[in-house]
Design a protein around this ligand. Structure first.
Ligand code: VAL
Length: 460
């Protein structure tokens, strides 16, 4: 375990961090790859018209996501503190930039409240897969099974609490031992399985229609709201605007090449999303599902693919286990944000901080868990709590956080410090990358995020 000496509350304390270069890559990828790829990307692509949405999403990832992610990791590594304290430490005295970290904590908390419920469905599906009850090519059978699960308040709550307890347990093992060990081993397996499912899906009769939906753009469906959704997905996917990458950056080694690592994570993350799309959309058209089915898409379509392949029963169990693991890696990184703020900023022990956060999440998350049953009629702005938390985080909190981080890095922190931090204090010579990157952070990303946000929310 690497130990970066850092000061907390006046004392020197050994700070936990990622040990190897591969460990850093794997853990960052473990944060990025999650239900965002396997559940959210396919369903949003389905509801927003397919390939056109994909194009906008890729553009948002490159122009907005990548620069913000680099800047978050850089700030975290420089300050080596939690998301709030990092900004306190780096900002000029008296300027309230720590609020950006605080909003990140709020975003992380709200995301965790609904994310843990989707993870709960995945965990429940492991057992449904073992029992074989969902192994069917009939849309009615798979849809009914999913509806039965999400409308059952007892199952929804229990699975969510189990998931929260599991994540808490792993977090208590500590950063490098817990997060690094779990993610490093299992990410490659998920890649392989997605390739297998994708190959099977492509061989289904009618697969070409699904491919055309995913890759032949029709821009007539692109509205301002769709662009905002794509940008929100880019934030969600790269775990930015929610404090996560600042926090993970604080565990980065000093000799890690941040722009390169970030670029690799972004490419791999995009690749996993595309694989998930290739696994799902050909099957959607082959079996007569609706591409715009919404959040249920993964859960009703994927069993049909397995039902039509040899050893499908076995592979389906493996698929939900791996998806659960990917979701776990992502949740570890989300929960790490409030846990580290509470323990480092307020000097509470890590154990206490984890327990407090989990109890609060069990409470707030219940509103999401019950959004398809007991609290289905309780709506704000016409949305259930599940939908509201999802909407507010992706369309308001994360983009706002992104704008503020660009402004802080490019206008307050300045080019010299930016260059020194990203070139590892001179060890790397990448001025040709850093200058344009800084320009994008200074002008392009903040203005673009602001414009897309205001237009998408119909404020302008
Ligand atoms: N980026 C992850 C995901 O896509 C989480 C942290 C939101 O699932």
């Amino acid at each position: 375990m690497s130990q970066n000496k850092s000061e907390t509350g006046g004392e020197l304390k050994a700070r936990d961090g990622f040990t190897s270069s591969f460990g850093v890559l794997a853990a960052t990828l473990g944060s990025a790859v999650g239900l965002g790829n396997i559940w959210k990307f396919p369903y949003l692509t389905g509801t927003n018209g397919g390939a056109g949405f994909l194009v906008v999403y890729v553009l948002a990832t490159l122009v907005v996501g990548l620069p913000v992610m680099i800047s978050e990791i850089m700030l975290g590594r420089k300050a080596k503190r939690d998301a709030v304290t990092s900004l306190v430490k780096l900002a000029p005295a008296g300027q309230p930039w720590w609020l950006v970290g605080a909003f990140g904590v709020l975003a992380a908390f709200l995301i965790m409240a609904f994310y843990s419920e989707v993870a709960a469905w995945v965990f429940a599906y492991i057992f449904k897969a073992i029992g074989g009850e969902i192994l069917s090519r009939d849309p009615k059978v798979t849809s009914d099974a999913f509806a039965a699960l999400i409308s059952d308040p007892v199952q929804s709550l229990l699975w969510q609490w189990l998931v929260l307890a599991l994540i808490g347990g792993i977090l208590l093992l500590g950063v490098s031992k817990g997060i690094e060990a779990v993610t490093k081993k299992l990410m490659p397996l998920l890649f392989v399985l997605l390739v297998v499912i994708g190959a099977r899906s492509l061989m289904l009769p009618g697969a070409s229609q699904g491919l055309a939906f995913l890759f032949a753009p029709d821009f007539s469906k692109i509205s301002a709201a769709v662009v905002l959704t794509a940008m929100g997905l880019a934030f969600f996917k790269l775990s930015i605007g929610m404090g996560t990458m600042i926090t993970y950056g604080s565990y980065f080694r000093d000799d890690q090449d941040i722009p390169l690592t970030t670029f690799r994570v972004m490419c791999a993350d995009l690749f996993v999303s595309l694989l998930a799309g290739i696994a799902i959309f050909p099957a959607v058209f082959a079996f007569g599902f609706q591409p715009a089915a919404g959040p249920s898409l993964l859960f009703i379509t994927i069993p049909a693919v397995f039902a039509s392949m040899p050893l499908g029963h076995f592979f389906m169990v493996v698929f939900f286990v791996l998806t659960a693991i990917a979701a776990t890696g992502a949740m570890l990184s989300i929960l790490e944000v409030p846990v580290s703020v509470l323990s480092e900023r307020f000097g509470i022990s890590r154990v206490k901080s984890t327990v407090i956060n989990l109890l609060l999440l069990a409470l707030v998350g219940s509103a999401c868990a019950l959004s398809n049953s007991l609290t289905a009629e309780f709506k704000i702005f016409g949305m259930t709590m599940f939908d509201l938390f999802d909407f507010v985080t992706s369309n308001v909190l994360m983009p706002l956080g992104g704008i503020c981080l660009c402004l802080f890095t490019a206008w307050v922190w300045g080019y010299d410090r930016f260059r020194a931090a990203l070139s590892n204090e001179g060890a790397l010579n990448n001025e040709r990358v850093l200058k344009p990157l800084f320009f994008v952070l200074r002008y392009v990303s903040p203005l673009l995020i602001l414009y897309v946000m205001l237009k998408g929310l119909k404020i302008i």
